[in-house]
Design a protein. Sequence first.
Length: 431
Amino acid sequence: MEKEAEVVVIGGGISGCATAYNLAKRGAKVVLLEKGKLADEASGRTMGVVRQQGRQACEIPLMMESINIWGHLSEELQSEIDFIKGGNVWLAEAPQDLEEMEESAKASQSYGLDSKMITPDEVRKLVPILENEFLAAMHSPRDGHADPVKTVLAFARAAQEHGAHIYENCAVQNIELQGGKIGGVLTDDGEIKTPTVVCVAGVWSAKLARMVGLQLPIKVGRFAMAATEPRPPLFKTFLWGPRLGVRQTADGSLYYCSGFRDPLDYDFTLDSFRDLRLWMPNLVKNRGLVKVNIGSDLLKDLARTLPGSPTKKSPFAFSTGMEPKVNHKLVNKHLRLLEEFMPTLKGIKTVCTWSGLIDLTPDLIPILGKVERPRGFIIGAGFSGHGFALGPITGRIMSELALDGKTALPIEPFRYSRFIEGDYHPPEKLI
């Protein structure tokens, strides 16, 4: 274990590994800490979609720059990441979908994004086996998808080649302060002196931030996905509708998931009582898009508060190697829809199901930037399901904040203080 570092990065997903890579490439002495295995949580469990369209306006400049990086990322990292530039198609099945997509496409074009509305016939040229009825679609041809695990590990290897030190199975026990600024990080394997901590720990970021007196208003959603047996190449685009999302991977498997109007599973825990004031506007406005589950997660949380609990010694003792519950009812529904949308796949077998956890903010955009106190604490969290696609530019932004104190791209809308100031706004529309 290194005893000191210029920067300590906490989190071994795409944001953390991309941050370590960008820091090390610039010659910084960087240590990355991951409590379990790299890419073992959200970044390794995502659909792997890299999209520009359908985003809030403030995210578009970041994502446009990120897509530029994705286009040559495999060559830059000298690793195969299975990036397929097949575009992104969102299906409008109802007048509400169509209206929102037309507005979204128009707004995106004002930023120079190549998102536009296309006809059902144009969609079927991109996805010839698609047979369900829909009104139109929104299409962004430069978007794509990649293998999540390969991408994270590629960033990690490249970071190590530039001198970064990466420690797996090494949880943070505490972040130490000295006179209102970062002084070091205490881990399971010892202490690391550092003036700068980059917190890019996904759903665990709020717990880490509380160690330094910050309250990140992050809630955790659960998203189910599945993979089928391989098929010959059928289509390259990511297809997303109100009821189903699907893409074909480089090895021929079809990954399928919820549609953009399906409810997200939310498991009620003790943390659910935090920040309710900030969350109420979004919960009321989008109440049909969240399915609240009250059960074992809350009971486990209560048990962790008892004397003698391992969490008294290490806040993350219970979370390593965790396998989130899979909503099999939802997965089975999506398999039926897959066969309905694409009848040539009738009888296809599902070979794997899994769930990923999503770190959500009240306005569904990330928290990016430095905080006033403690000095030296930098946050990249609350990506609300957008973290994988933004990963390459997040890594660059975090490295600029750590080494330069400023960023080339505007990140003021993502500042942590917006929640303290009351300057945050839940999105008016889903798309």
